[in-house]
Design a protein around this ligand. Structure first.
Ligand code: CA
Length: 257
């Protein structure tokens, strides 16, 4: 597990604290998730990314590592050169290409890919881009709102009214994703949405290793720890207490001023 703690402060306007943790979990022997946090170092944005790799034979962890690196570098180079949503879309497109390029050059990695959820925060606004079933939640005054809609076959059945959300939550095929980065797709169709971050709001980015086994009530209780580092750590612990069946990632982003 590794943890990061970042802080960004524009005096008198707002302050955002971020912390992330990523853990192999209990049932798996290697970690295909990857996370990254980029603090506002004067460029005017924060960035948080969670990816969940797939592909086996270590290809999944390569895919998620490529994605967090490419997206981070793209924004570091291009921030300020366009609309935030378009920047995220281009970053996802580039990550998609790079993963497929790597797979094309390495036959053992064929079909590798990853989910991705990324938050680009600018002052009190943030943009979420996602592909797959890694999620973003906003916790405001104790109430948990899922801001992303899973790109899974099961979620599509829920959206069509053919399955109830509580049935989807335990469906044996709930992990079958319908969108991702890589996996030989010619393009990446990410969903991108803009939201606001009010004072006291917490954002949680996580992989399904957390959202599958930690309830919204637990998320609400744990995300509000006084120290954001404790929040991300306690969320990982909760997933492991529930059996840790998969790799677990959690990034907590809190507006404190
Ligand atoms: Ca997973």
């Amino acid at each position: 597990m590794y943890k990061l703690f970042k802080r960004s402060h524009v005096p008198g306007i707002f302050e955002v604290q971020m912390s992330g943790a990523c853990d192999t979990g209990i049932a798996r022997d290697h970690n295909e998730d990857a996370i990254a946090i980029q603090e506002d170092d004067g460029r005017g944005y924060h960035l948080a990314i969670v990816c969940d790799g797939m592909g086996g034979h270590s290809a999944g962890e390569v895919a998620s590592a490529i994605a967090v690196q490419v997206i981070g570098e793209y924004l570091a180079t291009h921030f300020g050169q366009g609309d935030p949503a378009e920047l995220l879309r281009h970053a996802f497109t580039l990550a998609n290409e790079r993963i497929d390029d790597h797979a094309a050059a390495n036959p053992a990695a064929q079909g590798m890919g990853c989910t991705c959820v990324a938050v680009l925060g600018i002052r009190d606004h943030f943009w979420i881009a996602h592909a797959g079933d890694s999620r973003a939640y906003r916790v405001r005054e104790g109430s948990v709102e899922q801001l992303t809609t899973d790109h899974t076959m099961v979620q599509e059945l829920v959206s069509q009214g053919l399955l109830k959300p509580e049935q989807a939550a335990v469906h044996p095929y709930r992990g079958r994703i319908s969108r991702c980065l890589g996996h030989g797709q010619s393009k990446c169709d990410a969903d991108i949405a803009e939201h606001t971050l009010e004072k006291g709001d917490n954002l949680l980015l996580c992989s399904d290793g957390l959202s599958d086994v930690v309830s919204n009530a637990e998320i609400s209780a744990l995300v509000g720890q006084r120290d954001v580092r404790d929040a991300s750590r306690r969320l990982i612990e909760a997933a492991n207490k529930a059996g840790g069946p998969d790799n677990i990632s959690a990034i907590v982003m809190r507006r404190v001023v």
